[in-house]
Design a protein around this ligand. Sequence first.
Ligand code: NDP
Ligand code: 2IT
Length: 448
Amino acid sequence: MTAATTYLEQVRAELVQRDPHQPEFIEAVDNFLKTITPVLEKHPEYVDANLIGRVVEPERVVQFRVPWVDDAGHVRVNRGFRVQFNGAIGPYKGGLRLHPTVNLSIVKFLGFEQVLKNSLTTLPIGGAKGGADFDPKGKSDAEVMRFTQSFMTELQKYIGPDVDVPAGDIGVGGREIGYMFGQYRRLNGYQAGILTGKGLSYGGSLARPEATGFGLLYYTDAMLQANGEQLAGKRVKISGAGNVATYATQKATELGATVLTVSDSNGFVYDENGIDYQVVKQIKEVERGRIKEYADRVSTAEYHEGSVWDFDVDYDIALPCATQNEISGDQAARLIKNGAKAVAEGANMPSTPEATAAYQAAGLLVGPAKAANAGGVAVSALEMSQNSERLSWSFDEVDGRLKGIMEHIFKASADAADEYDLGHDYIAGANIAGFSKVADAMMAQGII
Ligand code: NDP
Ligand code: 2IT
């Protein structure tokens, strides 16, 4: 037992004692704590400053009532959250999730991940997350509008272009950002930098919708190339059929891979000839339908109920792009049996700890979420830059910067793993590289 490991055990014990009912948050912190001992051994001053104890405690948590009236005239109440986790390196930044499973544990896990992810982008943004336990599925446009207006009426008290800048996540896309922006403007006047993921007509950035999915593939390609491989010719399994999955499918296909599957929470479609992202886009973005409909439109595709991770097919690369803990230990064993050699996480924390242990035991290349999916928030930060200078950059300008940022994130993670003799452990590398800037900034700013 070194001083560093004893200290980390104390921090963890305190956290579990305080928040025993926050399993996702504890899981996200554990994923970090497991990798950070060598940094504390090199920097004993971090232990003296109880830096880890401070890093795992959010700076501020806001929880609020969101009342709204449904189309039948009934008064409904949801619970809204904003967790401003760490502002040491810039204004709080992170998405809003609308999903019935949203609770404080989920928002804190996402906020904690966001701190390290945002640091990895090299851009000046702190970490935050928010959302509500509202289910957009089956709601009319008018209901979504009334809900998001009520949500923003409270949230606007806590955000600002230099304070905290929310964006989308599960259940929050262009429609929801538009309604929230409108309500903010009605209450406070036009401020472009209040949200990112905006429509192009009122201050949005080209390539923000594509950014997370495209960025995931730029990262994956960089990881493969560093290991003497390439994306072209590879068979890829993707889960999810939302924003991240759709544009991951597009970029994977453009880079010469074949995407065999996409999914939603009911089931998945499989097509040996490759999934057509334009059909997915039409069904999900335009018609707000279910992925089952894909098989009605594309004759070579099959639809199956259940998890895509329970489906056996030979493939090379897994790109989970749906939600947290979607891959269990058993499903990871199956993925390895199916021949996958690499996993890159588009969703936040999609692999259970058992799954991650299985990948590592089998020697897979693993791109962790906080590195591999950082392209979305990176382009959000570029949207903030464009808003500040009151200019818009071309698609190629934004996409080119995104690619550079993702390649840098891979390299910084690989270099950190090298520095600590951790081989190809890009999970530890991302944690260490992301943490080092936050740690420097917190140490410089005193005990706050
Ligand atoms: P969307 O709402 O656009 O799509 C979510 C997709 O995941 C849908 O296909 C949805 O299916 C599926 N899904 C959601 N919850 C579950 C569940 N419990 N079980 C199975 N499938 C589920 O969200 P995004 O594409 O934006 O987000 C996907 C993931 O990527 C999330 O983990 C998010 O945090 C992460 N992410 C998003 C970024 C962004 O910029 N949007 C940036 C970085 C990460 P169904 O319709 O059936 O619910
Ligand atoms: O998880 C994420 O990084 C996001 N949902 C995007 C956050 C953002 O501010 O663009």
